[in-house]
Design a protein around this ligand. Structure first.
Ligand SMILES: Nc1ncnc2c1ncn2[C@@H]1O[C@H](COP(=O)(O)OP(=O)(O)OP(=O)(O)O)[C@@H](O)[C@H]1O
Length: 341
């Protein structure tokens, strides 16, 4: 299926007008295309400008310069109502909706269709129920928003955006307050909305693991490097993720898809493992204990590891003696004793 561009930006400057104190430019010269049918994750360190970009795309007043188009037409040509039928936004700003019940908050998402008095028809009510069900908040439909946990409130805000039934959904850190299961559920929901309902979904997140698993495209942003857009695997394998994120002793390890602290790794152990899963966890244990794993020849202290199974680990000490261990705990203890000796 063709993946149409629904929002395009060319040479955008984004930032804030500070009243009489001039302008705070956060980025200049940003260009991108947001495509329908894709989940796009915007990643970057704190203060990179992610929220500022999302506010700009959501129609906030942070566009200072450049050309921003929605479905081919300049943003400025859209009335607020017309734009709100196309773009649903979930920002991280505190929600002042404590006096509303959850179903009333979610029903606000129908505003572009119901007009000023917000009278819901049968179809509107069906969509509101569907949206609450989809994010797993239906059980709290009658609760006051003020009485929700942070995560529940976040789900209610996502449901409101779903109820808006827009082809474009923008979300600023939608999983920030969620527990791990809810995070995975929400990310999968957004992925399905992109894939199955052909929506353009753009979200900012610090949850790199989930982004790498599910994002069709990544937008990497930092103050030094600006914005780089591309397919997830390309940006991982060409080192871009590292370029945008690595700082000091923290870097991205493309072998296991995680960021890690790499300080103190000097010595190496040669590793063979019966399968990829054992290799991954052997590398993990070595890294945590200050060693880098290498394949092939002996490590630089002559140490070798053969992981036949989680309970059958063969460790060759620097003196060439092989010791069999029945668990990772046993082997790690031996590794550390060897190190001390
Ligand atoms: N209302 C504002 N007025 C002036 N500058 C602002 C305003 N809001 C944010 N900024 C500045 O814009 C820059 C980018 O902030 P932004 O919130 O967009 O970053 P972010 O990538 O979303 O960060 P985080 O991951 O910490 O949420 C920061 O230097 C911030 O201080």
């Amino acid at each position: 299926m063709e993946r149409r561009c629904v929002i395009t930006g060319e040479r955008l400057s984004i930032g804030y007008r500070l009243g009489g104190r001039g302008v705070r430019r956060v980025h200049e010269g940003l260009s991108f295309s947001l495509r329908a049918g894709e989940l796009t994750c915007l990643l970057g360190p704190n203060g990179a400008g992610k929220s500022t970009l999302l506010k700009t795309l959501g129609g906030g007043r942070t566009l200072l310069d450049g050309e921003l188009r929605l479905c081919g037409e300049p943003f400025g040509k859209y009335s607020e109502t017309r734009r709100s039928r196309l773009v649903g936004v979930v920002l991280t700003d505190k929600v002042y909706a404590g006096g509303l019940r959850v179903h009333q908050l979610v029903a606000l998402g129908r505003y572009p269709y119901t007009g000023f008095f917000g009278n819901l028809g049968a179809e509107d009510r069906r969509v509101v129920d569907w949206a609450m069900e989809a994010v797993g908040i239906a059980g709290k439909a009658g609760s006051y928003v003020a009485e929700l946990s942070d995560g529940e409130r976040q789900k209610a805000m996502i449901a409101k955006a779903l109820a808006q039934q827009c082809p474009v959904i923008l979300l600023d850190e939608p999983t920030a307050f969620l527990d791990i299961i809810s995070r995975i559920e929400v990310m999968n929901l957004l992925y399905r909305l992109a894939r199955e309902e052909h929506k353009a979904v753009l979200l900012s997140t610090h949850d790199v693991d989930q982004a790498l698993l599910l994002a069709d495209s990544l937008w990497l942003m930092s103050q030094q490097n600006g914005l780089l857009c591309g397919t997830t695997e390309d940006l991982v394998l060409n080192g871009s993720l590292n370029r945008f994120f690595s700082r000091g002793d923290v870097e991205f390890d493309p072998d296991n898809g995680r960021f890690r602290h790499c300080g103190g790794v000097g010595r190496t152990v040669s590793v063979e493992a019966a399968d990829d899963r054992l290799l991954l966890w052997a590398r993990n244990a070595l890294m945590r204990n200050g060693y880098a794993a290498q394949s092939g020849a002996d490590g630089n202290d002559g140490m070798r590891l053969r992981v036949h199974a989680a309970d059958n680990i063969e460790f060759f000490r620097p003196d060439g003696v092989a010791v069999r261990c029945a668990s990772f705990a046993e082997w790690i203890e031996l590794l550390n004793e060897t190190d001390c000796g």
